[in-house]
Write a protein that binds this ligand. Structure first.
Ligand code: PMT
Length: 406
């Protein structure tokens, strides 16, 4: 029988105050089904939505709701709990909880545990879309990310308040898939994987450039999942402000030509190259040494074509297994299959972009295409999609003539 994805993993689940707290009950059940041992800590707000008894029954463990529990605290219960956890998962994480974690408050049990634990911390935001979009919440999330906190979601869609937008808690199955990344078997052990991510910037003058809307999230999620599954992982990153995933060796670049040189230098010693970067196809022919001045006249910018990194890697003597991406606004399958063939790729991951899809957002959906088949990966958090993509890439790599090992 296959091992459970969270076999023996001790998950401390923090539940904060929000209507999505009811989904946390299902999450507990599914975490246990996935093999995890679960203890639940609720904030006072959370107890207004769901009772501790519900979580006690589902987790099979007493639920803690306060720092001031004299029997538990006689033995420094909060420190013990913080040490006990292999993973601290806060779902749903309200705007208030994110703000409190960001400033490092320690005036309730959950916030104290988040400070006191050495385990990885994952937060799953859920709130009204305006609250999510607010600059204060976004700054808190950015700070938490920068400190290594994993942020899953939020998803987009109809909300309990009747509005539609970003702010829904991810579905329990997606949360579990993301938490399981790296905790399962090291299916990519022994493989060297090169990933490119993010946009490229093509300078016009010392202060202006041509860029694109890639946030780097998709490529970083792939690099994170590759390292977590045991691959020796290198990342060539365009200009993005994302933290380097654990265990990944990163090289920063700015322009398409810099990315080209970094990827071409690294590709020969890698088994697989996954090109998730949104490489600028054109650059200004001339980069002005000084800032261009307004003159009231139109400015003419002559653009020349950048090198095609994937095509150049494909023409190496012994190219790695090549996975390209295709970002399309229409006719996804047809254009992607064209790129697969033209660029001599082993597989292409096609995503619909535009209208808040693909670029910048937390979720993606991919149509994987190879010479004699295809598979749809349904919309999910980019970390979940990345893990699924790597599963398929590893299987196809091993079946290919490019696999170098028995
Ligand atoms: O970064 P995020 O905000 O998370 O968004 C993710 C994403 C939408 C950027 C990502 O999922 C994606 O689709 N990346 C590829 C975008 C792209 O440039 O697609 P394309 O169809 O223009 O290029 C096809 C392939 O050729 C890509 O693998 C690209 O990396 C590669 N390419 C393109 C141009 C070039 N000069 N050299 C290349 O190697």
């Amino acid at each position: 029988m296959a091992a459970l994805p969270l076999d023996g993993v001790r998950v401390l689940l923090g539940v904060t105050g929000g209507i999505a707290a009811y989904k946390a009950a299902d999450l507990v059940r599914r975490l246990r089904d996935a093999g995890a041992e679960v203890r639940v800590v609720m904030t006072e707000g959370a107890t207004q939505f769901v009772t501790p008894l519900t979580f006690q029954a589902l987790s099979g463990n007493p639920v803690r709701t306060t720092l001031w529990d004299s029997s538990a605290e006689a033995a420094m219960g909060h420190i013990e709990l913080a040490r006990w956890a292999d993973e601290v998962l806060v779902a749903p994480a309200s705007a208030d909880a994110l703000a409190r974690f960001a400033v490092g408050r320690a005036d309730d049990l959950l916030a104290t545990l988040v400070l006191a634990t050495a385990a990885p911390v994952t937060v799953v935001p859920a709130m009204n879309r305006q609250m999510w979009a607010h600059a204060a919440t976004q700054a808190n999330v950015a700070l938490l990310r920068q400190r290594g906190v994993r942020v899953l979601g939020p998803a987009s869609g109809g909300q309990a308040c009747g509005e539609v937008g970003d702010g829904r808690m991810l579905e329990p199955a997606d949360i579990i898939a993301a938490v399981a990344v790296g905790r399962g078997p090291k299916t990519l052990e022994g493989l060297r994987i090169l990933v490119s991510a993010g946009p490229t910037f093509e300078d016009i003058d010392p202060v202006r450039y041509i860029g694109n809307r890639s946030s780097g999230r998709m490529g970083f999620a792939i690099a994170e999942a590759a390292a977590a599954h045991g691959a020796d992982t290198s990342l060539v990153a365009g200009p993005v402000a994302l933290p380097t995933p654990p265990g990944v060796s990163r090289r920063n670049v700015r322009s398409a030509r810099e990315m080209h040189d970094a990827v071409l230098a690294a590709a020969p010693v890698h088994d697989i190259y996954i090109a998730a970067a949104a490489v600028g196809d054109f650059r200004p022919e001339v980069v002005s040494a000084s800032k261009l001045k307004k003159s009231g006249e139109p400015i003419r910018l002559d653009l020349v074509q950048n090198p095609d990194i994937l095509a150049d890697v494909a023409s190496l003597d012994a190219p790695p297994f090549l996975v390209g991406f295709a970002a399309e606004t229409d006719e996804l399958e047809r254009y992607a299959r064209g790129k697969l063939e033209r660029k001599k790729l082993d597989m292409i991951a096609a995503n619909q972009v535009g209208n808040d899809l693909g670029f910048e957002c937390a979720e993606n959906a991919l149509l994987l295409i190879w010479a004699d088949g295809s598979e749809q990966l349904e919309r999910a958090d980019k970390r979940v999609i990345a893990a699924a993509l790597l599963d398929r890439v590893a299987a196809r790599y091993r079946a290919s003539s490019k696999a170098r090992r028995a």
